[in-house]
Design a binder for this molecule. Structure first.
Ligand SMILES: [Fe+2]
Ligand SMILES: [Fe+2]
Length: 375
């Protein structure tokens, strides 16, 4: 005799599971459960949706709301005790994974002049996008990089890395982006603290930028075969200049305006194996058409103000705000200024989607490519 209510995701569509519960079947399901087994037809329609169903929701994190709380953490905990003094962004649909969207993690980290976080390595790949302050630096496998606002730096899978702010600097806040939720889901995450807690700098400061950061030029004889970009730092100045130059040569994408991907200069591919990054510019007055694709995206407003419509909901953003677009969610962007451009930095799991053959994209099409707003 069946005693409990059970899931049964029926659909009245040819080819889909549609089995009615009967007392006999319910008793049968109980017997299967005792054997750590189950009947697929009760859950098939749930675990194989017609299209991706993200449990993430679109969220906008306003910097003016978060900044004071981020700064307050300086009084409350030391970097030594906290390991890393970070306020992480928690998507209401992804709380159990500490994910900002999909399988991506994001957090805001703050450091005062003279502070250094201990060196460590992990299987998760990471990047840092500098939001404010002067004197921030990162050391990756002995390569020290100085960082300014809107620069971003890689700390790839398996590298020793540590962050700090020089004693003549100012309080610095940056966004950390990682694939922790993905690597945990794959049950492949290791974490090691450096035996000396700090690593020594083994090369001239910013040597990787000087070696690999020259457009169209590759140093003769330089070898690089690791799975991530040797250009560990991507600076804002040349990036912004590149967007402006590219804008003179193209109409841009109807969905993204002027968008350029940060690449590994050796392969032309993404900066890391699991995380891609881009910078896009919306020209004065520009508003894009809606599209959707697989892959989760976190946006950080590097410059300007405007709004995005995500699954029919409008989010107004300005410089330093962060927002997310879940996988397969419709999205379109608009610059709110008729005279200034707006720039959006993004990082994403698109390299994973492409590597696994899971990337798919679709244009909204109807209504001139613009989503109707939902209440
Ligand atoms: Fe780290
Ligand atoms: Fe997109």
């Amino acid at each position: 005799m069946a005693t409990k209510a059970r899931e049964n995701h029926r659909e009245d569509v040819a080819g889909r599971a549609n089995v009615e519960d009967t007392p006999e079947l319910l008793a049968y399901y109980d017997e299967l459960e005792r054997l750590e087994a189950g009947a697929l037809w009760t859950v098939a329609n749930k675990i194989e949706p017609w299209a991706p169903k993200s449990s993430s929701v679109p969220v906008l994190w306003r910097y003016e709301d978060l900044r004071a709380h981020v700064l307050r953490s300086v009084e409350l905990v030391s970097p030594e005790k906290a390991g890393r003094r970070v306020i992480y962004l928690n998507n209401p649909g992804r709380r159990e994974h500490a994910a900002a969207v999909g399988w991506l993690y994001s957090g805001l980290q703050v450091m005062h002049p003279g502070e250094v976080a201990s060196a460590h390595a992990h299987s998760a790949s990471a990047l840092r996008f500098i939001m404010e302050g002067e004197g921030a630096y990162t050391i990756v496998d002995g390569h020290k990089m100085t960082l300014g606002a809107n620069d971003f730096v890689l700390t790839p899978n398996g590298t020793w890395h540590e962050h700090g702010v020089s004693s003549d600097g100012t309080p610095c806040i940056w966004q950390d982006g990682l694939d922790i939720p993905l690597v945990n889901t794959l049950e492949a995450n290791f974490y090691v603290v450096h035996p000396d807690l700090q690593q020594s700098v083994g090369y001239p400061v910013d040597d990787m930028t000087h070696t690999w950061g020259n457009p169209g030029l590759r140093p003769a004889g330089a070898e690089w075969s690791k799975g991530y970009s040797p250009l560990l730092k991507y600076e804002w100045g040349p990036t912004y200049k590149a967007l402006q130059r590219y804008a003179r040569a193209t109409d841009g994408s109807p969905y993204d305006g002027i968008l350029m991907n940060y690449v590994n200069p050796v392969t032309g591919g993404p900066v890391m194996q699991t995380i891609g990054a881009s910078m896009q510019m919306l020209r004065p007055g520009e508003s894009t058409q809606a599209h959707r694709h697989t892959g989760s995206i976190i946006y950080q407003v590097a410059k300007g103000r405007g709004h995005s419509i995500i699954d029919g909901k409008r989010f107004d953003w300005k410089e330093r705000d962060i927002f997310c677009v879940p996988s397969w969610a419709w999205h379109e962007h608009a610059n709110g200024s008729a005279s200034e451009d707006a720039c959006l930095f993004t990082f994403n799991d698109l390299p994973v989607m492409h590597a696994l053959g899971l990337y798919r994209e679709e244009a909204f099409g109807d209504n001139g490519g613009r989503q109707p707003l939902v209440a």
